[in-house]
Design a protein around this ligand. Structure first.
Ligand SMILES: C[S@@+](CC[C@H](N)C(=O)[O-])C[C@H]1O[C@@H](n2cnc3c(N)ncnc32)[C@H](O)[C@@H]1O
Length: 590
């Protein structure tokens, strides 16, 4: 073999070695798309924004909820431009990709025969989940409904996006009890709900966060300390902390193999008058035993077996986690009820829930409201050891709006201030004719045909549609156009929606409780207009946020010097920068 050939071969070997090393070794591999989704191309070319449809605004309460009509890729990108890390729960129920006209990808139904159907679904969902992750707050949680068609793919996809460390569980929801349509070889009676946290481990507290709690038990009196699944450990109970129902004396051993006395213990006046040092499978660590003693818990030994019970201090409570299987048959003793005593429903209750509200035949298989209420009601504040009831819930495959109804009804149950952001396309006019009408009926209590549904649940609803900013030659022009179209995004960001005044160079909004104002000014260079604008800002009473156009992300805060309630912020450079970063990330496939 001559030298030339050897070099050639070595080069080839190096190339192959590099290729093998860079190939993914573990995880999901799928075909990348040949043709990009049109909405992705549009969002790269034009800046995605939102426009309010004021004719559909409903103002009946204090909590502001949002319904966005349009492709959720667009909505998620617009939300990312202003609301990163601000969403506490995401629930989604994406198309299951059954091959049966349930999944539209790039304007085409994907059927069973399409050899790329799983890859198309993964391309579709992965882009949206990556953007959704950016919206989740530090203690946020995402729930994703799915069935057998894509469950395995979705689990591995989510492991790579959210991280295996942040996998909470895969709930199994018993979706039916009667089996009208039998599948060959098995009855299908469950679906899954994958659950991931944004960050499950708290570095601050050095432990897993308790983010989901089904019930808090408060009527606790006493319970055994033994837990067969724990390791055997030596626990020391200080003198006087254990009551004995056996004769006084010195004990050197127990008559129960599960409890081993490490040192003799002396019992006097029915209490241990020396430390009880004992080895057994305790459900409490030494630290917890010490903490509990400080709070007033005492311990009881009833026999020479030395099985130890804890007799809890007054006010002792314990948090019960949700069980992984959500049973729905009330004849089953394990059937799942929320802490508001509502039984979780089966699939067909979803349709009856919806049809009670709006007379429709467009939407098939909405989820039962009770299921979504159950999931949202689990949200727990592990820092304060209480339930959360003031947070934002996002559903970007909102369909008929079940999640919105669930949020409103939960607030009615416990006086909470949860808010929702729902995104859905307008396929078959779902958004305008079903989702919007359903939410309107729940809020007002009046159905579209004028009949009474309920007393209503006072709240506010703002309806937005996706829209773009036209292409421009230079970035200053784009920024200038963006500032004119940015109102809707800033309203969502500041949670201030009610328009007081709007002219060609400025706008003024007020919060629903009338305590906060938002002003937006886009003509910084015109002295006279700015003077008028400044006067309007100064005349308003309450807290004021003033957005001023700046092409370089800087605004001189001294322009409102002297008025303490004013916060001045530049726009829109930050929003524009975030937009460009997202586009770059998507292009890099991140
Ligand atoms: C399975 S349904 C969700 C049902 C919902 N959980 C309910 O209870 O009504 C999925 C919904 O997502 C919508 N959808 C699908 N692709 C979308 C997209 N790219 N952007 C926005 N909505 C989309 C569909 O039109 C459908 O209404």
């Amino acid at each position: 073999m001559d030298e030339y050939n050897i070099n050639d071969l070595l080069k080839k070997i190096n190339e192959l070695e590099f290729e093998i090393k860079s190939l993914k070794k573990y995880g999901l591999v799928w075909d990348k798309e040949n043709t990009k989704e049109q909405v992705v191309l549009d969002c790269e070319k034009y800046i995605p924004v939102l426009e309010q449809d004021k004719s559909r605004k409903i103002i009946l309460g204090k909590d502001n909820n949002i319904l966005i009509e349009g492709d959720n890729y667009h909505s998620l990108m617009a939300l990312n431009m202003i609301a990163k890390e601000s969403i506490d729960i995401i629930y989604i129920d994406p198309p299951y990709n059954t091959g049966n006209s349930d999944f539209i990808y790039n304007d085409k139904f994907i059927d069973f025969e399409d050899g790329y159907r799983h890859s198309k679904w993964l391309n579709f969902l992965s882009k949206r989940l990556k953007m959704a992750k950016e919206l989740l707050s530090e203690d946020g949680i995402i729930f994703i409904s799915i069935d057998d068609n894509e469950q395995a793919n979705l689990k591995i996809l989510c492991d790579s996006i959210f991280g295996t460390n942040n996998f909470v569980t895969q709930f199994v929801w018993e979706k039916a009890q009667h089996f009208g349509r039998q599948k060959i070889n098995f009855y299908s009676n469950c679906e899954y709900i994958l659950c991931y946290a944004k960050k499950l481990f708290s570095s601050e507290f050095n432990k897993l966060k308790e983010l989901l709690v089904e019930k808090i038990k408060t009527d606790l009196t006493d319970a055994p300390l033994y837990n067969a699944s724990n390791k055997s450990n030596i626990i020391i109970f200080p003198s006087g902390s254990v009551k004995f129902n056996i004769a006084d004396g010195v004990y050197t051993e127990t008559n129960n193999d599960s409890y081993e006395l490490v040192e003799p213990v002396s019992v006097k006046n029915s209490l241990n008058n020396s430390p009880l040092k004992i080895k057994f499978k305790s459900r409490w660590s030494q630290d917890t035993v010490n903490e509990e003693i400080k709070k007033g818990t005492i311990f009881l030994v009833k026999s020479k077996g030395f099985a130890i019970r804890a007799i809890y201090h007054e006010g002792k409570k314990s948090n019960e986690s949700p069980r992984q299987i959500i049973f729905t048959n009330s004849n089953n003793s394990l059937c799942t009820y929320s802490r508001f005593k509502e039984k979780v429903g089966v699939n067909e209750e979803g349709s009856s829930d919806l049809n009670r509200l709006v007379n429709q035949n467009i939407f098939t298989y909405p989820k039962p409201t009770s299921l979504i209420k159950y999931l949202i009601s689990l949200m727990f504040d592990y820092k304060q050891d209480i339930y959360k009831k003031d947070f934002v819930v996002l559903d970007f495959f909102a369909g008929s709006g079940t999640t919105g109804q669930a949020v409103l009804e939960l607030n009615k149950e416990d006086g909470g201030h949860r808010r929702f952001i729902l995104c859905t396309n307008n396929e078959n006019n779902i958004c305008s004719d079903v989702t919007y009408q359903r939410l309107k009926t729940v809020i007002t209590g009046i159905r579209p045909d004028g009949s009474k549904y309920s007393e209503g649940i006072p709240s506010n609803l703002y309806y937005f549609k996706t829209s773009f900013i036209a292409d421009h030659q230079n970035s200053d022009q784009i920024k200038y156009c963006l500032v004119e179209k940015v109102d809707a995004l800033l309203c969502i960001l500041e949670n201030i929606f009610d328009e007081v005044e709007r002219n060609e160079y400025s706008s003024h909004y007020i919060s629903s409780d009338k305590t906060r104002h938002m002003f937006i000014y886009s003509e910084y260079f015109n002295e006279i207009k700015f003077h008028e604008f400044k006067q309007r800002v100064l005349n308003a009473s309450g807290n004021k946020i003033v957005y001023i156009f700046s092409s370089d992300n800087y605004v001189d805060a001294r322009i409102f010097e002297g008025d303490k309630g004013i916060e001045v912020k530049p726009i829109p450079s930050k929003i524009y920068e975030i937009y460009k970063e997202i586009v770059e990330d998507i292009k890099r496939g991140q």
